[in-house]
Write a protein that binds this ligand. Structure first.
Ligand SMILES: Nc1nc2c(ncn2[C@@H]2O[C@H](COP(=O)(O)OP(=O)(O)OP(=O)(O)O)[C@@H](O)[C@H]2O)c(=O)[nH]1
Length: 352
């Protein structure tokens, strides 16, 4: 999971951290700084250009970094990190991070590093990691939606409609969510709202049977809005807590099916709409999320198959692009393979 992105961020941290460290060492060797001396917050007004250390000419990436040294502090200048930031942007794009998101991250890293005074002798890897962490955190923490708190507080039954393109793992995710709700002590009903794909009703029925959960179904080809409606009515009558509604996977470009999805949501006015897509789809998942969100404004996303995605771009980009949080990650094929998404958990994975 996230291995490629982790490797790229680790590479950036190492190269830029090493470059900063090299500058420090040059300054210390030149006798312009004493690392053990306590550090002033700001360089004195009287700091003259003569107090800065001119680094000897050297070949390689370290030449690109010109850190002006002021007493025991040094300032990282924009021209010094420009090339490295460009490399970071390329690395993010190669990891399927969407362009506006990559730009935002680079901007934030730059704002965090450039022009700031750093203590000589401080851990340079840490300086870069902190800048990266804060930048990524900014783009993935769009909304602090408390999913479990929402479900707990809402009047029951809480109805949740799952939407997305076909084959991304929607049905499996519904089963995983049903298992999670059951474990939390809720009673669950599933609506077999995918009446379009042959075999879809049987597929979700197998999950419902395996989990011991009531399934409300109609015939193949029936109106999915009516299936979801019946499931909600059943849940109300039987005092069930949660209705999880499957819908047929559809391409966002299929106008008829998108209209049908709008109808499911209009008729049933669900408490939550969740967009499901696969992390391995990278930028495609982000684009689809944008289009689904404009058709049926959803509350959050679930990214499946995160276990098979080394790039990590979708998990980084989707919340920023849609303005809706990632709620869960699917990390395998069994019912337990669902992780509640937490931005700090992702950051820890990226920098562990
Ligand atoms: N590795 C992995 N596989 C998953 C995950 N979630 C689902 N799958 C697999 O993905 C495949 C498709 O899953 P489904 O749940 O059938 O997909 P769907 O979106 O309901 O498909 P449609 O009904 O066509 O919309 C199945 O083989 C699942 O086992 C996951 O988190 N990790």
């Amino acid at each position: 999971m996230f291995d490629k992105l982790k490797e790229k961020l680790g590479g950036f941290k190492k190269v830029l951290g090493g470059a900063i460290e090299e500058k420090e060492q040059e300054a210390i060797k030149a006798g312009h700084v004493k690392p053990e001396v306590s550090i002033k917050k700001e360089a004195p007004e009287s700091a003259k250009p003569s107090e800065t250390v001119k680094a000897p000419e050297k070949a390689g990436i370290f030449d690109k970094l010109k850190a002006a040294v002021l007493e025991q502090e040094f300032i990282i200048e924009e021209k010094s990190v420009k090339d490295h930031l460009w490399e970071l942007e390329m690395a993010l794009l190669e990891s399927d991070v969407a362009l506006p998101v990559a730009e935002k991250i680079v901007e934030a890293v730059k704002a965090e590093l450039v022009g700031t005074r750093r203590k000589i002798g401080s851990d340079t890897g840490n300086i870069v990691e902190t800048a990266l962490r804060q930048a990524i955190l900014k783009v993935i923490s769009v909304d602090s939606f408390d999913f479990d708190g929402f479900v707990k507080k809402s009047n029951k039954p809480v109805s949740i409609v799952f939407v997305g393109v076909n084959g991304t793992g929607k049905t499996t995710t519904i089963a995983k969510m049903a298992e999670r709700f059951k474990e939390q002590g809720y009673s669950v009903v599933i609506a077999a709202g995918d009446t379009f794909r042959a075999g879809a009703i049987e597929q979700i029925e197998r999950h419902a049977d395996a989990l011991g959960i009531k399934l409300i179904k109609h015939q193949e080809g029936a109106d999915p809005a009516a299936v979801v409606y019946d499931a909600i009515q059943f849940a109300k009558a039987k005092h069930k807590d949660i209705v999880l509604a499957d819908t047929a996977g559809r391409m966002h470009t299929n106008i008829n099916l998108m209209d049908q999805l709008k109808k499911v949501c209009r008729v049933n006015d669900p408490d939550l709409i969740i967009f499901v897509d696969e992390a391995v789809a990278g930028n495609d998942a982000v684009e689809r999320a944008k289009l689904f969100n404009s058709a049926v404004a959803f509350n959050g996303s679930i990214l499946t198959k995160q276990d098979a995605d080394a790039k990590g771009g979708a998990a980084i980009s989707i919340a920023y692009t849609t303005g809706k949080p990632v709620l869960f990650l699917g990390v395998g094929q069994s019912y337990k393979d669902l992780i509640k998404f937490d931005p700090n958990w992702l950051l820890d994975r990226l920098f562990e």
